[in-house]
Design a protein around this ligand. Structure first.
Ligand code: F6R
Ligand code: MG
Ligand code: MG
Length: 383
């Protein structure tokens, strides 16, 4: 019997701004999931939050994209939304129903990461959940975990891991994916995933036996009709130990607070700060982008745990460096590269300002009009 782990998340409204999920909304979701557990739809569940995102971690035997499981999650979010509305929470129902305008176009749905596995005798996993960033934010750590021997000693030492991993990479603009092998094709992998706004590592498989190692949420909900309508704060499930990276190798990948897009108004680069569950609240400049990690063991679908993985002084220096980077980035104010490039900004209101000023632009004599932008030339291979 196979076990499926489903992590489904949504922002259904939060307390005091896009800041933190209210416990009463989690209680409402809990009621729905408890009922689904009683009725045998799911085996087990755990509800948590990072910042303004409610995270439903569920286990069952129904495989990926199961209607009943997804309906359960949807009902949980809807019940939670009712409470959010009763309490007058901010942006209530944001990712489900259009109710309160929050600068994003409405109609976005929940983010989903699911993995169907044959449980090993002991099945340790880590689940990572971030707020104020997007799925490509997990490219860097997945590369570190599964392809960088300076991060993961097992790639050199463990005979199964030594064979390498396969990266399934999705182009979120075209919906096409490609599978590339590490270590043979790491330069090709990096050529793609170094542009995380376009190429997202969706799944990683162990090459020795084609067994799934990690999965991330990649929903293209933030890209609709060529328009950017919001960040999809991502989640990731990673299997650890015994032929997969050790838990400590997986966590090591987050020891450097690398820059991710998101943060204030989904429009700024900032350091990804790994924090404990207790500190999973967006504060300074609506961030800095936060990451939590929970460790579980799965036994016949039962979720044993969790352990709060970043609730540890071993990550104090990472957090301190993140704060220093936050200071440095903030001093740029509205200037790029703190502010994102226009195409990546969550708020699509900047063109309105350009439009407003258009009539005031005057042609400069002697300045040649460019036929194409530099980027377009690059895509076509130059001229
Ligand atoms: C970013 C985010 C927040 C909001 C910001 C303004 O993804 O959720 O940084 O963009 O707080 O929110 P509104 O426009 O709702 O006042
Ligand atoms: Mg939000
Ligand atoms: Mg969020």
């Amino acid at each position: 019997m196979k076990t499926t782990i489903s992590v489904i998340k949504a922002d259904i409204g939060s307390l005091a701004g896009h800041h933190v999920v209210h416990p009463d909304t989690m209680a409402a979701a809990n009621k729905v999931l408890a009922e689904a557990k009683k009725n045998g739809i799911i085996i087990d569940y755990y509800i948590t939050n990072v910042g303004d995102d409610m995270e439903l971690i569920m286990t069952h035997n129904r495989g990926e994209l199961d209607t009943k499981v997804h309906e359960t999650a949807w009902d949980a979010f809807k019940e939670a939304t009712k409470v959010a509305k009763d309490l007058g929470l901010y942006a209530a129902g944001q990712d489900l129903l259009s109710d309160t305008f929050s600068g994003n176009l409405k109609g976005m749905g929940p983010g989903i990461a699911e993995m169907e596995i044959e449980e090993r005798p002991a099945e340790p996993i880590a689940i990572f959940m971030a707020d104020k960033t997007e799925p490509g934010a997990f490219n860097y750590p997945q590369y570190k975990m599964f392809a960088d021997p300076f991060n993961t000693a097992g790639l050199v030492i463990d005979p199964i891991m030594h064979e390498g991993y396969k990266f399934e990479i999705l182009d979120v603009y075209t919906g096409e994916s490609v599978t590339l092998n590490a270590p043979e094709e790491i330069y090709d992998i990096l050529a793609l995933i170094g542009t995380p706004s376009q190429y997202v590592i969706r799944r990683v498989y162990r090459k020795a036996d084609n067994i799934i190692a990690s999965v991330t949420s990649i929903e293209r909900l933030n890209l609709l009709a060529g328009k950017y309508v919001g960040k999809d704060d991502p989640v990731m499930i990673v299997r650890v130990q015994h032929g997969f990276p050790a838990l400590g190798e997986v966590l090591e990948a987050f020891s450097f607070p690398y820059l991710v897009p998101g943060w204030m108004r989904g429009s700024h680069y900032g350091p990804l700060m790994p924090v404990s569950q207790r500190d999973a609240r967006a504060t300074r400049f609506d961030g800095p982008p936060r990451l939590i990690g929970l460790g579980f063991n799965i036994k016949n679908g039962r979720l044993v745990g969790p352990s709060d993985l970043f609730d540890d002084p071993a990550f104090d220096e990472t957090r301190r460096l993140a704060e220093q980077i936050a200071d440095y980035m903030r001093r740029h104010g509205p200037f790029m590269p703190h502010r994102l490039e226009p195409t990546e900004m969550e708020y699509t209101t900047l063109p309105l300002i350009q439009q407003k000023l258009k009539a005031r632009f005057k042609k400069e004599a002697g300045v040649v009009e460019a036929k194409k932008s530099i980027y377009e030339k690059q895509v076509e291979g130059g001229d």
